[in-house]
Design a protein around this ligand. Structure first.
Ligand code: FAD
Length: 414
């Protein structure tokens, strides 16, 4: 494990820090820092304008998407540097979260698999925050087992006609484009009959219904697709090669680890809250149970930081982190749940009864146990790759056609 940056990485870190110090406001250490990685939506309409102004300025300066090649407006850096950027950026207020699905997942996918015409059409407005993207992968019957998706796309001349339903689609209600996976050949095994499209979210037949969360926000949606026509020019990659294309999208999510493992300052914020609680006459910094919990969170944060070093080490040795990423994801979700529960406890009844960032963070924390691969899926990976436990019982669902699989599932349900 490498704890220190290489001289090149240190130089890049210094460059990031200098630019951020000159252009961004340092982040206050509070529940808001926790919320910033849990919440992806827009609650205040003025937020979008501020976000767009930031993104256009960062694009002009070449800092909007550091990992994109220079020819598309990025800095052409590798994943290690992208993590370094995320780590440094986590100390600042950067209102770019609504663009991240597009800039961190969509852009890299188009850069690898898009045609020159698609790159010219989609990348500039994406980079500058003029067009927001969302991810239309999950469906009511396809999440952990994404390849089970059943949204259909049928060829009709120069167009495809799409019918089906997506769910959990973060930010779909303010997005211009959606990365869409649809089944184009049901007569081959489930991973092989999928095609990747970029959908114009304003096309006729796209119906977006926001879902209200327990935080009070409405950041994800159900998206219904009824005879939606997509030009063939908006297909990414070959027909039936969508699973391979989607792996670029999913792997790109790892670049966002930097911020997750960054300096959230969460324990410091909780210590300040514990002192306030004591001053307000509630159990706080002088309470042995609170002190014990703070010490546990401090330790868990330190462990997570070391896992982060392992991940960056893997990237800088040209290796994709496997089980390390699963351990980090699992540990992060657990840490946030414990920390936000303590935040609510320290805030006392007022934190529960009125609008309070710790309460919102507490109610948002369960989502991290599901998003980006659930806890159980991460445990399966750790069980197999770290503990050497036997693989899940194998099934023949990679051999038989999707049509046959769907028929068997329907029979099993009756
Ligand atoms: C905050 C948030 C934002 C999201 N944003 C998007 C988005 O923008 N676009 C998008 O496409 N999707 C999005 N998702 C969806 C996310 O990818 C899925 O929720 C996730 O993959 C889990 O799928 P599922 O909800 O269908 O649960 P399922 O896969 O149905 O799982 C149900 C339960 O069974 C368990 N389980 C499933 N398979 C196994 C197994 N093999 N072994 C053990 N346990 C198992 C799971 O852990 C879970 O507890 C988002 C989710 C969240 C929470």
């Amino acid at each position: 494990m490498d704890f220190l940056d290489t001289p090149q990485e240190a130089a890049f870190r210094a460059e990031c820090r200098a630019w951020l110090e000159a252009h961004a406001t340092p982040r206050e250490r509070s529940a808001g820092t926790v919320l910033s990685i849990l919440e992806t939506g827009l609650d205040d309409p003025g937020e979008l304008e501020r976000a767009r102004a930031w993104q256009a300025m960062a694009a002009d300066e070449g800092w909007a998407c550091v990992s994109w090649p220079r020819e598309y407006g990025g800095r052409g850096v590798g994943l290690t540097e992208q993590i370094i950027w995320g780590h440094e950026a986590s100390r600042f207020e950067i209102p770019d979260h609504v663009f991240r699905i597009g800039t961190m997942l969509g852009g890299p996918t188009i850069i690898v698999h898009g045609t020159p015409e698609q790159k010219a059409r989609w990348l500039p407005p994406l980079l500058r925050g003029e067009e927001i993207w969302c991810q239309l992968f999950s469906e009511p019957g396809a999440g952990s087992d994404l390849a089970a998706l059943s949204t259909r796309a049928e060829r009709d001349g120069d167009e495809w006609v799409v019918n089906g339903q997506k769910v959990w689609s973060s930010g779909a209600h303010y997005s211009k484009r959606g990365m869409l996976l649809a089944r184009t050949d049901p007569d081959v095994p489930k991973h092989k009959g999928i095609t990747y499209f970029v959908l114009d979210m304003e096309a006729p037949g796209v119906e977006i219904r926001p879902l209200r969360q327990m935080t009070g926000g409405a950041h994800f949606n159900e998206v219904f697709l009824n005879d939606v026509r997509i030009p063939d020019a908006d297909r990414v990659g070959d027909p039936e090669d969508g699973w391979r294309v989607s792996q670029t999208t999913l792997l790109s999510e790892r670049g966002s680890l930097g911020e997750m493992l960054g300096e959230l300052g969460m324990v410091e914020a909780l210590i300040a809250l514990a002192r306030e609680a004591t001053a307000g006459g509630r159990p706080g910094a002088d309470d042995p149970l609170v002190r014990q919990e703070l010490a546990r969170l401090f330790t868990e944060s330190a462990v997570l930081r070391y896992i982060g070093f392992r991940i960056v080490t893997a990237f800088s040795h040209g290796r994709l982190p496997g089980a390390e990423a699963s351990v980090a994801k699992l540990a992060m979700a657990k840490l946030l749940s414990h920390a936000t529960a303590l935040g609510v406890r320290l805030g006392g009844p007022a934190a529960l009864s009125g609008p309070d960032p710790w309460r919102t963070a507490f109610l948002a924390a369960p989502s991290l146990h599901i998003a980006g691969g659930s806890d159980q899926i991460q445990r399966n990976i750790i069980g197999e790759r770290v503990l050497g436990l036997p693989k899940e019982p194998s099934s023949d669902d990679r051999q038989i056609s999707f049509r046959e699989l769907a028929a068997r599932a329907a029979t099993a349900r009756t």
